[in-house]
Structure formats: C-alpha cells, structure tokens
Design a protein around this ligand. Structure first.
Ligand code: TYD
Length: 204
C-alpha cells in the first residue's frame, strides 16, 4: 500500500499569477515519478463546476455564497481529493479554504467563527500539508488583470477589497507559518519559479 500523498494548495488575490506557476510545480513533481492530480476551487467535479458558474456570475448574499463554496468543496473532497491522497497521489489545488477566509471573511466581513464551524463539518481533519501564497500588491494585480480578460463577479471588486483579502491571507500565513510558503510575484515569473521549485523540492 502506498503512503498518503501530499495535499498542496495555492492561494493569492486575483491577478497574482498562480496558474503558470502551478503548472511548473506539476511538471517538477511528475518528472520525479509522482502521480499529480491538478484541480481547482470552486470546481474540480461536475457538480462543483456547476456551482462555480453560479458563484462567479450570480449575485447573492454572503451566507449563500459561503455555503455554496463549501458545498462545492464537500463534493470536491469526497470525489477527488480524498481518494487521490489515499492512493498516494499529490493533489495540487488552485485555491481551497484559505480563500474562503480571505475573500468571504477578510473581503466581505462574513464571520470567521461561522466559517470555522462549517469547515469542521465539511473537512473533518483534512487540512493542506503545504500552502503556497502568491503575494502581490493589489494595484499591480489590478493592472495585470485589466490587460488579461473580462472580469468575473470577484475580479470586478476594487483595490480596497483586494487589500483586505491580501491582508487576511498574510495574517493566516503568519498564524500558520509552518504550513505557508509566501512568494512575491512582484518579480519576473522565472524568479518566482525558481523560489517555488526550491521550496517544493524540500517537501519531497
Ligand atoms: P479562481 O479560480 O482563482 O478564478 P480564475 O480561474 O478566474 O482565476 O477563483 C475564482 C474566484 O472565486 C476568485 O475570485 C476567488 C473566489 N473564491 C472565493 O471568494 N472564496 C473561495 O472559497 C474560493 C475557493 C474562491
């Protein structure tokens, strides 16, 4: 029987430049013979992808929003994350529960105690082994997003919102320093890649 795989999550405000770097981590691990499951939140299963569509494009209150993120997450854990970890694969998830604390609690003011309660119901003991936080100044992230694509419901929030989201991420990283690796994406992508892969190498 293989050992449990590692659960790695990637976080940061919109426009921080996660996607290309996550692909580099995947390639790095696969070159070393590790089975990698690359997934994302909200999403990762057919049901969770449907919920993603609602979350990104329909207006709703903070309670409905938070519960939908966790409904999608429950399905994602049950069908994808837990089975993959059990068979020894490494799971790389583009966002997970830290995003709920950063966006819904830090950004929108939803009570953190409520998120903690729902988190316990949905996740039990499951927590990421490592979390990479891509850190960027909100003004720079906004510049990068503006030239990239049409914004969804979250991306169209202002710099003030993203400053709160960023600060919530940084505060969580400070409180769980052992789990978090913070990398600044204010530098060129090649520098980010080198710092990141050095850190990932230390997890093997
Ligand atoms: P993301 O997949 O990063 O968007 P994209 O593929 O467009 O880069 O995430 C979608 C949005 O959902 C993003 O703005 C962050 C938000 N989000 C929350 O507000 N709470 C959460 O718990 C999660 C997982 C995401």
């Amino acid at each position: 029987m293989s050992a449990r795989g590692k659960f790695i999550t990637f976080e940061g405000i919109d426009g921080a430049g996660k996607s290309t770097q996550i692909a580099a981590v995947r390639a790095f691990l696969e070159e070393r013979g590790i089975e990698v499951v690359l997934t994302r939140e909200p999403g990762g299963t057919p049901l969770a992808e449907k919920i993603r569509g609602m979350l990104l494009h329909e207006g709703m209150g903070a309670t409905a929003e938070t519960l939908l993120f966790f409904a999608a997450r429950a399905d994602h854990i049950e069908r994808v994350i837990a089975p993959a970890l059990c068979r020894g694969a490494w799971v790389l998830s583009d966002r997970f529960t830290d995003a709920t604390y950063a966006y819904q609690v830090g950004g929108k003011g939803y009570p953190g105690a409520c998120v903690e309660a729902i988190e316990r119901i949905v996740q039990g003991e499951l927590q990421p082994d490592h979390t990479v936080l891509f850190d960027i100044e909100p003004e720079e992230a906004a510049r990068r997003l503006a030239s990239a694509r049409e914004p969804d419901r979250f991306e169209s929030e202002g710099v003030r919102f993203f400053t709160n989201v960023r600060n919530a991420y940084l505060e969580r990283a400070r409180r769980s320093a052992g789990r978090f690796f913070i990398v600044s994406t204010m530098q060129p992508p090649e520098g980010v890649r080198q710092e990141l892969l050095k850190e990932v190498g230390s997890w093997l």
